[in-house]
Write a protein that binds this ligand. Sequence first.
Ligand code: UPG
Length: 481
Amino acid sequence: MKKAELVFIPTPGISHLVSTVEVAKLLVDRDERLSITFLIMKLRSDPKIDRFINSVSTACNRIRFIDLPKDEPDPNQPRKFLFSLIEAQIPHVKEEVFKLVSQSESSPDSPPLAGFVLDMFCTSMIDVATEFGVPSYIFFTSGAAFLGLQFYVQDLHDEQKVDPTEFKGSDAELVMPCLANPLPAKVLPSVMLNKEWLPPVLRQARRFRESKGIIINTFEELESHAMDSFSKGNTPPVYPVGPILNLNRDDGDGDEESDKRKDIKQWLDDQPLSSVVYLCFGSMGSFGVDQVKEIACGLEQSGHRFSWSLRKPQPKGKMEIPSDYTNPQDVLPEGFLDRTAKIGKIIGWGPEIDILSHPSVGGFVSHCGWSSILESIWFGVPIAAWPIQAEQQLNAFQIIVELGFGVEIKMDCRREFFYDDNENIISAGEIERGIRCLMEIGKEKVERLKEMSEQSRKALMEGGCSNTWLGQLIHEMVDNI
Ligand code: UPG
């Protein structure tokens, strides 16, 4: 039997790490010839990440994890931090891969190295794979439309000599192959409108083109337009193998996290069917005190039941997961907790999968991170879009305009990468309106969402699109070496 070893290199953010590990699980579960070594970049110890990694390495004996040496962020260069962290790891990656290759050469039982699977931000490691004479695959944790947009912007810049940053503040609408509708320039991701960030975005897209294939966390039925555009364009093969979700979260037993989980479940069990609006803004999602007060007022005015993942603002200039408040009343309007005691629950970091899968949850106010979108589709919970950063404005456009099952808090909302005191405040009135729209969402949208939810489940079943693409990917990775 021809065996093969893959080296996976994720970036440290929890959403990227978790979905990269989940795709590795899909691969080893599907084909017993495969084994995978993860090289993990650690910023600092995070119990959530540590627990997740421990549970996977205990459960899957063909996936193992090696920690790369820790690197501390340069507080003066928060924007450059991710890329410099990745660059700094290149020598350590070479060292670990060298050990792996030497081991496989000296022991007939060790599988030969067949390739690298790199997080979308780790394209500089393509050169390392080339040095070892193996191909690189990219794992793209966002949707196919964002991948298509990156190729479109790079083509616009390199071939048509248009500077995309000139679209900042413009009313232009851009027609591009990866979307069925014209994209208003005001929902272009900030990185594409910013002179400092554009060069790495362009570099990334150019390097994607050098890879042997791009594995993507989506499914054909969700993004058929974007997937068609790849089959016509000048790109490497794109493998949509999603939705890749971490549905069986194991939080251990008897610890703080599992007690919290039980408490939230108990509270949701006591609420009527589809009555609760869940608010959560992703792994890095938090707001300053002024915005928190507006959200509280908007919620109260809407009169709907709620479960709110309220967390402290990210420390300025640091890539840290925001922590929970010890005393949320310190930042909420006076008397808010008493007045809403019977209808609301402030939860801090919460078990999103448990919440979205609970029948009492009827709507999700979300920042539109790609994993949250896939999770909400899977469980058929409609989203009110409140994008913050990264590619989230585009994701909001997709669910509202392209797919027609999302509603809007504000589709073109954005703020600086790292927590910014001068964030654009969304008023309580806008939030109240968005929540009402969400909780009174029309039948047609609900039907469309339900249909997509069913498709997302079918995609992973035997004979489903993503399941078939996964088979083709493995064939490419193993049979052609
Ligand atoms: N989550 C929880 N509890 C919380 C908050 C988050 O379980 O209280 C989970 C959530 O279920 C999801 C993940 O954390 O699985 C968050 O992922 P995602 O929704 O993708 O958001 P981000 O963490 O913000 O993800 C980053 C980028 C986003 C991008 C995504 C994938 O911010 O814009 O789409 O990575 O590339």
